[in-house]
Design a protein around this ligand. Structure first.
Ligand SMILES: *Cc1c(COP(=O)(O)O)cnc(C)c1O
Length: 365
């Protein structure tokens, strides 16, 4: 018996998500040490002190189930952003939420829309539930919202939009988002995935929560994995109308966020000085890399995230491999249909410099 024959249709041709190479794996493979990882848009500063203390204090409670409703974390998020706790749904990372949203609303008769070069989890989730993928060709590597609107049919159930987008770093302004929402029919759920919003400048940041009053079909996803530095703990949250949040919470696994993640997230969500430090380091690092690319005549896509996409205009795989041999892990993105590109996460100043030095040696520039 070949069990693939009885697997769900979408699963038969599904390719698993390819994560960034772990440091330990490269250590094992090449027997080298002093490796830096600029491959998964992680926070380079390590766990903030506020999170460490909260985790320490929570250790004694680990024989108990976590609070299934995440009361304290929801309260903290609600207070910080002027929301109602009933509008919040917690996820085991925001990937969990992206999937939960699809399970709540879509099935094989529905169409799910996203941009070419958008976060790869959108097509993955769509295929896993056998829904129809509607990929809208990108404009300048970003989402072409006019083309989205034209492609909406009576089967369109969900639209996924990342802002800023990963891996391209492209960004949609508040005006673009707001106009778009005004033109999407109310029966189409729009998921605005804001995993990188903390890295945008305050004056350009989209005040997406303010859009929820006008647009009942809007769902905003945020994560603690990137700016907040909790990627390994797995926690994120969705904000929507309380009516939609109630639907999500029917489908959600009851203990999808563990106690340590809840405790750390509750502490760090109010750690504004940590976020300010992270965002400032990112701005400087991004500028360093973008200036380097410009000086050397390398082509890149301007980014609003904590990463930048470099267009090598030749196959990226050999250069990725050469970087690995120098102990620098970045991210090849051929699975996005971008075989000539590499995505580099912004690290600490010395890590960014090491990447620059390594790439300069490899390309002899
Ligand atoms: C990293 C990322 C996420 C979230 O990851 P989690 O760790 O699951 O919270 C979501 N969307 C985009 C676009 C991302 O790049």
């Amino acid at each position: 018996m070949q069990y693939i024959n009885i697997a769900n249709e979408g699963v038969k041709t599904l390719l698993p998500y390819q994560a960034g190479k772990p440091v330990e794996e490269l250590e094992r493979e090449l027997g080298i040490s002093n490796i830096i990882k600029l491959a998964s848009n992680e926070n380079p500063f390590g766990l903030p002190e506020s999170a460490k203390q909260a985790i320490q204090a929570e250790l004694d409670n680990l024989t108990r189930y976590p609070d299934s409703n995440g009361f304290y974390f929801k309260q903290a998020v609600a207070k910080k952003f002027g929301l109602n706790a009933e509008q919040i749904t917690l996820g085991n990372g925001s990937n969990d939420l992206l999937e939960l949203i699809a399970h709540t609303f879509a099935n094989e008769n529905d169409e799910i829309m996203f941009s070419q070069y958008a976060f790869i989890v959108y097509p993955l989730v769509t295929q896993a539930i056998n829904a129809k993928k509607v990929e809208i060709p990108a404009k300048n590597y970003g989402a072409n919202l006019d083309a989205f609107l034209q492609a909406i049919t009576d089967k369109t159930k969900l639209i996924y939009l990342a802002n800023p987008n990963n891996p391209t770093g492209s960004f949609l302004s508040a005006v673009e988002i707001s106009e778009f929402l005004s033109n999407v029919p109310e029966q189409v759920i729009v998921v605005l995935d804001e995993a990188y919003t903390e890295f945008t400048l305050p004056e350009e940041r989209v005040d997406s929560f303010a859009l929820l009053n006008k647009h009942k079909n809007l769902v905003i996803c945020r994560t603690l994995s990137k700016a907040y530095g909790l990627a390994g703990l797995r926690i994120g949250y969705a904000v929507s109308s309380s009516e939609i949040a109630d639907l999500f919470n029917r489908v959600r696994q009851p203990f999808n966020c563990n106690s340590l993640a809840l405790a750390a997230a509750t502490a760090v969500i109010n750690d504004d000085s940590f976020i300010a430090k992270v965002a400032e380091n990112n701005r400087q690092g991004l500028k360093l890399l973008e200036d380097f690319f410009t000086t050397k005549g390398l082509s890149y896509i301007p980014s609003k995230g904590n990463f930048v996409m470099l267009d090598l205009q030749q196959p990226a795989q050999p250069i990725y491999q050469a970087l690995l041999h120098k102990g620098v892990i970045v991210r090849p993105i051929a699975s996005y249909g971008l075989p000539n590109h590499l995505r580099i996460s912004i690290g600490l100043p010395e890590e960014n410099q090491r990447f620059i030095d390594a790439l300069s040696e490899i390309l002899k520039i």
